[in-house]
Write a protein that binds this ligand. Structure first.
Ligand code: MN
Length: 151
């Protein structure tokens, strides 16, 4: 049950976030959400295999090459989260405001088809967003910590 961790953390009678289910319609799309929670960060989400593979990026996605930013992988989010914006109420997981910062599509470069599993050490994707464009790499440092940079 791939979304179990996501659903376990949230009380859907209190938050308007989608409860969600697997849905292939967001495969190949991405979103970056600016999330003003207890700490401001950007959530980088890639539609893949019916979910959104997700990372919290404290410094945001670098727009030029030469900058490597930490990206902390978090639980897979439901496909419907790709459109989520609004306020997560106080006392709920991730309380704060969510805005959509960028969106678009991506294509796998290094692995075709792309798979992101516990064993994935790195991958490259070609980003076609409004702000994020061109080839990006993610390199895993350990279980949850990755670096994201523009190639
Ligand atoms: Mn977040």
């Amino acid at each position: 049950m791939p979304l179990k961790e996501y659903q376990k953390k949230r009380n859907f009678t209190k938050t308007k976030e989608p409860k969600g289910r697997l849905k292939k319609t967001t495969d190949g799309r991405f979103v970056v959400q600016e999330h003003q929670a207890s700490h401001l960060h950007w959530d980088f989400r890639l539609g893949l295999d019916g979910v959104l593979k997700s990372w919290a990026v404290p410094k945001g996605i670098p727009l030029k090459s030469g900058l490597k930013h930490l990206a902390v992988q978090v639980e897979d989010h439901p496909a419907d989260y790709i459109n989520f914006r609004g306020t997560i109420p106080q006392g709920q997981y991730g309380a704060g405001t969510v805005k959509i910062w960028d969106w678009g599509t991506y294509l796998p470069v290094s692995q075709k088809p792309l798979k992101i599993t516990a064993k994935t050490k790195s991958f490259k994707i070609d980003m076609r967003g409004k702000k994020i464009q061109g080839e990006y790499a993610l390199i895993r440092l350990d279980k949850k910590n990755w670096l994201i940079f523009k190639v």
